[in-house]
Structures are given as structure tokens and as C-alpha cells.
Design a protein around this ligand. Structure first.
Ligand code: PLP
Length: 352
């Protein structure tokens, strides 16, 4: 089995503190929140409280939950494209005046193109929100934004968890964690740990939990469950396992079993400082969903980031086309090297 939601196993509950946890990377003044969208919400609220901003630039290649907070704050939302490699921005102004600017390090890969763009276009009146949700708390990322949004729940077996870092203590008053969401999310992760791989009941619980988040958006605190669990994780170990898995898979595509595979890596090189969330690949758009289904039958659960709506502007077409052909192979810390080798054989069979 590869991928799917994280399980919460009994072994984890009893594990001793590691002394190298994500909590050790948090600075005084950072806000501990429940979700990435809460953190984006809080960043916007804090920014528009200080500056009179009415406009935002956001990537079209995003999920709705990331963008909704900008609408909720009544901002004029402008989309820019990121291109067929997620690294070729298009549709951006030469100068960013009086606006919020959101960008993402997709799949944990440093966004070099936007970083270079900001060196030229950023002004004193630009408030940059750097989304490092997919960077697995990699300390080399998060140095560009006025506000930096981290996630824990995307790469650890916890029900919630996000961090908002800012230039100074961020004055927000989050509500308590949503008890119904936390309970459902916990139930789903515990159920997955104790059930057979073919048992899909945990998925309904997870969907119910996520629907609650989608339905009642608010800035909320990180749950006390997650706070208590965080010291049990060894962040460096997790990051290095992910990098090793990424490299093993990349080698299989470059020179190994997957050399002639029809779906190809979105990028072939992982800079030294990056920690990958997943291993994104590109298939032919009309074959992608069939490949995903075949992999699901083999218990390889590949997520799709994201299903984008049809764009209103022609220069956003590349992003839309990419969203129809992209999917990701899990390379998270649960995946051992022999398990990845087995998965590579399955990937090869699925393609042939
Ligand atoms: C890059 C990115 N930013 C923000 C979010 C929102 O995070 P959350 O689902 O924790 O609200 C997501 C969710 O998938 C994401 O992928």
C-alpha cells in the first residue's frame, strides 16, 4: 500500500518525545492554527488591518480553499498563471502596488520563478503571503513572504495543524478548535489504522470532516490533541526519508524500470534544500483517470492537485491543461525503500 490518508496507530500515541519535533522550528509569535486556510485568512486579516489593500494576486493553480479567504475579505482577486511546469508565471504586472500577493512552493519545490519575479516587482506596498504548506516545514523556505503559511496536517498523522509566521507577533484572536472536525478526523485516521486496506469506511469519515471545514470557515487554534502529538515526531528523519524516496523514484524514471514509462516526472531534479510532499508526474489527460483507477486497485493511492475550473483568460489555459494530466505518487515517510521498489514494478505494469 502507498499513500492515502495518514493512520494514527497506537504505537504513535505511546511514542516518547524525540527532541527534534516540528515544535522546535516554531518561533515566538508564530500563530498555531488548525488549517492552511485559517492561516491564509489570518494573514489577510492582519495585512488589511495595517494597510489599505483592496486587491490580491493569486495563482490560478490553487485549490478553492486557498482562494476563498481572499473573497471572504472582499478583495478584488486577480489570477496569474504558473504554466505547464508550474515554473513559468504569466499574466503578472511589472509592478505590484498596494496588493496582497500569494505564491506557493508546489510539492515542496522552491518556486524560483516567483522568487525572481518578486525581486523586481515587489514594492513597499506589496504584502506577500508565502505558502509553504507543501514544503514539510523545510527551514530553507519561508524567507520571502511577509507572512508564511506552514501546514502540519498535510504531512503528519495529526487531525489538524498549521502555522502562520509573520514579521512580528501577529495579533489575531483565533476561535477554539472545531471539536466536531477534530473528532471526525481522528476517527477516520484511527479507523484506517485498524482496518483492512480494502475497507473504505474511513474515507466517508474523512470527507465528513473536510466538509465541516469547507462549510464553516473561521480562524481557529490548533487542537490540543495535535499540540500534544507534535513532540513525538522527528522532523529531520521525516524530511530525509521523503528526499530519499523522491530520489529512488526519480532514478527509476531516469535510468531504471520506469525509463520508458508513459507518464513522466514533472521535474527531474530536487534541489538540496527542498523536501518533497509528493512526486508529481504528468500523463496524457485522457488516460490519467484510468491510470489512477488501476493504481487504486493495487492499493497505490495517488492524489490529484487540483481539479481546476475552466479559465476565463486564455493565458491560464496551460495551468488548466496541466491540472488535467497531473497526479502524484506518494513518497511520504511511511514508504520504505523495498515498498517503493514494489510500487515501481506496479507503476511499470500499469503503464504497459
Ligand atoms: C498549497 C496549499 N495551501 C493551502 C492549503 C489549504 O490547507 P488546509 O486544507 O489545511 O486548509 C492547501 C490545501 O490543500 C494547499 O495545498
Amino acid at each position: 500500500m502507498l499513500g492515502g490518508d495518514f493512520q494514527i496507530k497506537a504505537e504513535l500515541l505511546l511514542r516518547a518525545d524525540t527532541g527534534n519535533s516540528p515544535l522546535d522550528r516554531i518561533n515566538e509569535g508564530d500563530a498555531l492554527l488548525d488549517t492552511g486556510r485559517s492561516a491564509i485568512h489570518a494573514a489577510i486579516a492582519s495585512a488589511i488591518d495595517v494597510k489599505k489593500i483592496k486587491k490580491a494576486w493569486v495563482p490560478f493553480y490553487s485549490c478553492q480553499t486557498m482562494i476563498q479567504p481572499f473573497y471572504d475579505h472582499g478583495l478584488e482577486v486577480n489570477f496569474y498563471g504558473v504554466g505547464k511546469d508550474l515554473a513559468s508565471p504569466i499574466g503578472l504586472p511589472d509592478r505590484l502596488d498596494d496588493c496582497l500577493f500569494l505564491f506557493v512552493h508546489y510539492f515542496g519545490r522552491f518556486n524560483e520563478a516567483i522568487s525572481s519575479y518578486l525581486l523586481i516587482a515587489r514594492t513597499q506596498n506589496t504584502v506577500v503571503i508565502e505558502d509553504v504548506v507543501q514544503s514539510c516545514m523545510n527551514s530553507a523556505h519561508g524567507r520571502i513572504g511577509n507572512y508564511v503559511v506552514h501546514s502540519l496536517r498535510k504531512f503528519l498523522p495529526v487531525p489538524d495543524g498549521a502555522i502562520l509566521a509573520g514579521p512580528k507577533a501577529i495579533s489575531i484572536n483565533p476561535l477554539p478548535a472545531n471539536e466536531t472536525f477534530i473528532s471526525l478526523s481522528l476517527l477516520s485516521k484511527i479507523s484506517r489504522a485498524v482496518s483492512d486496506v480494502k475497507d473504505t469506511r474511513h474515507i466517508a469519515l474523512k470527507n465528513m470532516a473536510e466538509d465541516i471545514l469547507d462549510d464553516c470557515q473561521a480562524i481557529r487554534e490548533m487542537s490540543s490533541f495535535t499540540r500534544r502529538m507534535l513532540p513525538k515526531f522527528d522532523l529531520s528523519e521525516i524530511q530525509s526519508r521523503r528526499r530519499q524516496n523522491w530520489q529512488q523514484l526519480s532514478d527509476a524514471f531516469a535510468t531504471g524500470t520506469l525509463k520508458n514509462c508513459a507518464f513522466r516526472p514533472l521535474y527531474e531534479y530536487l534541489p538540496e534544500a527542498d523536501v518533497p510532499l509528493l512526486f508529481p508526474v504528468v500523463a496524457e489527460a485522457d488516460k490519467r483517470d484510468a491510470i489512477l483507477e488501476k493504481l487504486r486497485q493495487e492499493a497505490i493511492f495517488c492524489p490529484v492537485h487540483w481539479k481546476l475550473g475552466s479559465p476565463a483568460k486564455p493565458w491560464l489555459r496551460c495551468d488548466f491543461d496541466l491540472s488535467r494530466s497531473l497526479f502524484s505518487i506518494p513518497i511520504d515517510q511511511r514508504v520504505t525503500s523495498p515498498a517503493l521498489d514494489q510500487a515501481i514494478d506496479i507503476l511499470w505494469r500499469v503503464d504497459s
